[in-house]
Design a protein around this ligand. Structure first.
Ligand SMILES: [Zn+2]
Length: 209
């Protein structure tokens, strides 16, 4: 992805404009509300990173109990086994359901951890003078935001698969503290990504140029 040369980039801020984040209509700087849709206009959100980190930590803190407490309760031949998310994945592999194990692992470990890493990377890098390609950073943000929009799929996949598993393997999902923490963690991570002001990606570049 190669955008226009960094030195030639002109932001709305340079041009004395502020873009509406709801309907994208540009207005003159200092306009309080968007004349088209009425949304509040802010050129740069100063509290963005504080909110990003607050939700990020809340999401991370809840992701810990989501993995420590049992999520899956399997019953085989009268033997009841409680398993955490990762333990459940192993359990599924041992039972021969490698495909289901892979999907559960992807939805409940790879995606959440990937989101934590990507959001932290973006929030840290925009605070410093970075030489990263802003187009690439924006692309990363868009991926995280896109995943965020579908984040509840993590929860749904686990719930639906638990139902499938229940059918096949006589295992049940344990709607306990782990599932609750996992759902909250997903919501908080989503709020963290939404709090990020992606326009910050371009600002440090301007100063370097
Ligand atoms: Zn608007």
């Amino acid at each position: 992805m190669s955008g226009p040369a960094v030195t030639e980039a002109t932001t709305a801020l340079d041009a004395g404009l502020v873009g509406c984040r709801t309907c994208t209509l540009p207005s003159r700087l200092g306009t309080g509300r968007c004349p088209r849709c009425g949304a509040r206009l802010v050129s740069r959100d100063d509290t963005s990173l504080q909110r990003v980190w607050a939700w990020w930590w809340a999401g991370l803190l809840l992701y810990v109990p989501a993995n420590i407490y049992p999520m899956l309760l399997t019953a085989q031949l009268g033997r009841k086994v409680e398993a955490t998310i990762v333990g459940g994945v192993w359990e599924l592999v041992e039972l021969g359901s490698v495909g289901i194990a892979a999907i559960v692992f992807f939805a409940s470990v790879m995606i959440p951890v990937g989101k934590f890493v990507a959001i932290a990377y973006l929030a840290l890098i925009v605070r410093n003078d970075h030489r990263q390609n802003p187009g690439r950073l924006l692309h990363l943000y868009e991926v995280v935001e896109f995943i965020g929009r579908w984040s509840m799929i993590d929860v749904f996949v686990v719930a639906i698969l638990a139902a499938l598993v229940q059918f096949d393997l006589l295992a049940t999902i344990n709607p306990g503290i782990a599932a609750f923490c996992f759902a909250l963690s997903v919501i908080f991570t989503m709020l963290s990504a939404m709090s990020f002001d992606s326009r910050a990606i371009w600002d440090r570049i301007e100063r370097d140029a």
